[in-house]
Design a protein around this ligand. Structure first.
Ligand code: KG4
Ligand code: ZN
Length: 410
């Protein structure tokens, strides 16, 4: 089976093509293409503007699809161009996305239907206008090529992408040996979400805790903006923090010479919830304070101050995520901890999770996707589409749900 997958929930336009086959009761997944076009335009603004991202997706979707099909060796030009000028359904699908209509129509007129069996697409959660570009593009491909659509939940995709990495089949005993066992506890940490999800099996999810305000990735992004570091904040903060780690003498993971200290919000509460907006406010006040009193205790130079602040922001987020996730894993007797979402690309977070589980001798596996599959991509949508292939629907039955929760359909 071949799945063409589409991801446009935020500021990354992604198209992937996944081939699956069954051998000796195990499912093999082969990646034929996985292309992500990250919209650079948001770097100048320190965050994502939905309407700007909406326009960018309209421009990017067709060229990225052409590249993905080319890479998968599935792009074939038609001998005779099909004229779709008078196709009312196509016009209806793209009623609001005129720019995408022109590009999609030309694409469908120029190329043959590729050898794929289904279209998987993110239909929530995410930024509503952005979701519509991917969903309407999927509807057009499904309608013209007569293929079913598998609607995919973006959060479930951040979790299930871990199955791809391990080449696992949840239907075979293979998983026992290779890493993911149920019940599992998943921490999904992205720009829009921070959730702890109890997983009893694929499709059996329960959110047991989540952020009450900002998501962890959002906190990285907002702190980076306050510190004048650009967007997205996570990778930049992580780079700056690494400098401090290298330069400073360490005691208990904390550099002993560090003079900036940030709070660890809700770290010791009994629930499984999070809160990160207070951390951002603390960074804002400390940064303002330093600007007004440059000689105040904190650090010697401004570059050093920023680096120390990055270290503290990152460590504070890691401390809270680690504490709450391990507590949840123990309380629910999880056999595996599954990390996913953009923040799980953070190398300190990954290594500190592994170290802590080892040092506490916990009987739990920690798995995470390779960094480029932690952040938004369409391959995770393809994998999740594969697991949900029985939920396929026709092109005219698909809508968008910007606030979709895992385990729900709308
Ligand atoms: O999952 P994702 O790509 O998009 C959403 O679904 O939101 O996550 C994006 C978030 C951004 O907030 C970004 O700053 C953060 O993930 N991020 C990181 C790292 N790479 C991306 N945060 C910390 N460390 C990283 N290396
Ligand atoms: Zn995401």
């Amino acid at each position: 089976m071949r799945i063409l997958a589409i991801e446009t929930s935020c500021d990354d336009t992604g198209i992937a093509i996944l081939e699956t086959s069954n051998k000796r009761q195990a499912t093999r997944l082969k990646v034929l293409a996985n292309i992500v076009s990250s919209q650079q335009i948001h770097q100048n603004y320190g965050g994502v503007f939905p309407m700007m991202a909406y326009r960018e997706h309209q421009k990017n979707l067709v060229p990225v699809t052409i590249n993905a099909l080319k890479e998968a060796k599935l792009l074939i030009e038609r001998e005779n161009i099909a004229i779709l000028d008078n196709n009312d359904n196509l016009k209806k699908i793209f009623k609001k996305e005129q720019e995408l209509y022109k590009l999609a129509k030309k694409f469908l007129e120029t190329y043959e239907k590729p050898e794929v069996d289904a279209i998987a697409v993110t239909y929530g959660p995410g930024l509503e206008p952005c979701l519509w570009t991917g969903v309407n593009f999927a509807r057009s491909l499904s309608y013209i090529w007569k293929l079913p659509i598998v609607p995919v939940n973006h959060i479930e995709a951040h979790i299930l992408v871990n199955f791809l990495d391990k080449q696992l089949s949840p239907f075979s005993d293979g998983r026992q040996k290779k890493g993911i066992m149920f019940p599992a506890m998943s921490l999904v940490v992205s720009g829009g979400h921070t959730q702890l999800i109890l997983i009893k099996g694929i499709g059996k999810y329960k959110i047991i805790g989540e952020t009450r305000d900002d998501a962890a990735g959002e906190c990285f992004d907002k702190c980076a903006k306050i510190l004048g570091l650009g967007y997205p904040g996570g990778p930049i903060i992580s780079k700056m923090a690494a400098k401090v780690k290298k330069d400073t003498y360490f005691q208990n993971r904390r550099p002993s010479k560090l003079q900036v200290h940030m709070p660890r919000p809700m770290m010791h509460t009994k629930d499984y919830d999070f809160s990160f907006s207070g951390l951002k406010t603390a960074v804002l006040y400390k940064t303002r304070d330093r600007k007004e009193n440059p000689s105040s205790p904190g650090s010697s130079g401004s570059a050093h101050f920023v680096a120390e602040m990055c270290f503290e922001v990152q460590q504070s987020i890691i401390d809270v995520l680690l504490k709450k996730t391990l507590k949840a894993a123990k309380d629910f007797k999880a056999k595996t901890i599954i990390l996913g979402g953009g923040v799980s690309a953070n190398s300190e977070l990954r290594s500190q999770f592994k170290l802590k589980v080892e040092s506490e001798k916990l009987k739990v596996n920690v798995v995470f996707p390779e960094p480029k599959l932690s952040t938004d991509n369409a391959l995770m949508i393809a994998v999740t589409g594969y697991f949900n292939k029985a939920k396929k629907i026709a092109w005219n039955r698909l809508s968008v749900h910007a606030n979709l929760r895992i385990g729900k359909t709308k």
